[in-house]
Design a protein around this ligand. Structure first.
Ligand code: TXA
Ligand code: MG
Length: 329
């Protein structure tokens, strides 16, 4: 059983001893280790069952610490960091040679972010090294947004979970890289495209699956519940035409009913996309723990955070099914 603590000194000591612990962030919980300790980093990959070609995000507490890991800062990267850090923005930057290759999967770039969580920032300041941290879920499972989610996944594998409460944003950071100084979004996330464009102008979105994706978190089937999941535009029609199935239904603000609805939840009764994002993964965890045959999720309005949430849901959906936009397996 991993123990839950709010004591950053205990967390710092455990990390300095080369152990991996779980940390809270404003987006999702992470599985953290000292970036300079090869055995701790190896443990992260092993515990998460993550392939080594998938690089890790480095978490820092200051611009001074950014200098330790990034060799150079394109001017728009500087503008974005100045605006959104600490916050749910990950920048992909040319790496310093001192950043171990295992962190960056041999790439010449490193993904860095300054998280906006008071307990984590205190912990980072108490440590003489940055923390590498992927989301604290086994590869291809739903990301954790509470200490309990992490406990459910990894109670045997880790000793300590720094308990920072429920994550306020609830979906992963937005990842931005640069090609010829032009910002490219590799992963949609908690910072919306609109918020980024308001600061640096038009950006390119390149989060499609490729043979070797820039951000392997973008593999199509990712963040997936174990229960078969489907994303639909019209919940009522789907519920009515699938009377034989026991459904877990996740709606945005709509109230649904039906004899075949085993469990239902609304992400935001007041139609607030931020609230919907914060509730998303916890709701999916609960639906996945139910005995439903199928999780049915309503597609959100495709703007702002709705775009990021839809992107996650599309990846969670079972691609063996024909999806409404025509994508099949
Ligand atoms: O919100 C978050 O970003 C959370 C919290 C814990 O900070 N972390 C997170 O990490 O989501 P992870 O490992 O689950 O996702 C990191 C993504 C992966 O898709 C990885 O491929 C991409 O970042 N990435 C890491 N380094 C990269 C690089 N040098 N170039 C492109 N993508 C990179
Ligand atoms: Mg992840």
């Amino acid at each position: 059983m991993a123990s839950l603590t709010k004591d950053i000194y205990k967390a710092a000591e455990t990390l300095q001893n080369g152990e991996v612990i779980a940390i809270p962030t404003e987006t999702v919980y992470g599985l953290a280790g000292n970036i300079y300790d090869p055995s701790a980093i190896e443990d992260i990959f092993r515990i998460k069952q993550r392939p080594h070609f998938n690089p890790l995000i480095v978490h820092i507490h200051s611009f001074e610490q950014l200098n330790d890991v990034a060799a150079q800062l394109p001017s728009k990267a500087h503008t974005l960091a100045a605006h959104f850090w600490p916050g749910p923005l990950t920048l992909v930057l040319p790496k310093k040679s001192t950043v171990p290759e295992v962190i960056t999967a041999g790439k010449s770039t490193v993904a860095v972010r300054m998280p906006n969580h008071p307990l984590l920032l205190k912990l980072l300041k108490a440590l003489p090294f940055p923390l590498a941290a992927p989301s604290a879920n086994p590869f291809n499972r739903i990301s954790p947004t509470t200490a309990q989610h992490v406990q459910d996944y990894f109670e045997k594998e880790i000793q300590l979970i720094l308990d920072g409460g429920a994550c306020q944003q609830g979906i992963e950071s937005t990842i931005v890289g640069f090609e010829d100084e032009i910002p490219i979004i590799y992963r949609l996330g908690a910072l919306s495209v609109e918020e980024i464009e308001a600061i640096v102008g038009t950006v390119i979105i390149n989060n499609q699956q490729e043979a070797l994706p820039e951000a392997p978190g973008m593999l199509k089937k990712h963040y997936a519940p174990k229960t078969k999941t489907i994303l639909v535009d019209d919940l009522d029609t789907f519920i009515n035409s699938n009377a034989q199935l026991r459904l877990a239904v996740l709606s945005f603000f709509k109230q649904v009913k039906g004899e075949n609805v085993l469990l239902k939840e609304q992400l935001s009764a007041k139609k607030d996309l931020e609230e919907a994002a914060a509730n998303l993964y916890a709701a999916l965890h609960r639906m996945d723990a139910s005995n439903a045959d199928l999780i049915v999720v309503e597609r959100l309005p495709n703007a702002g955070l709705g775009k990021s949430i839809n992107d996650r849901l599309q990846r969670a959906a079972d691609h063996s099914q024909k999806t409404p936009d025509g994508e099949g397996a």
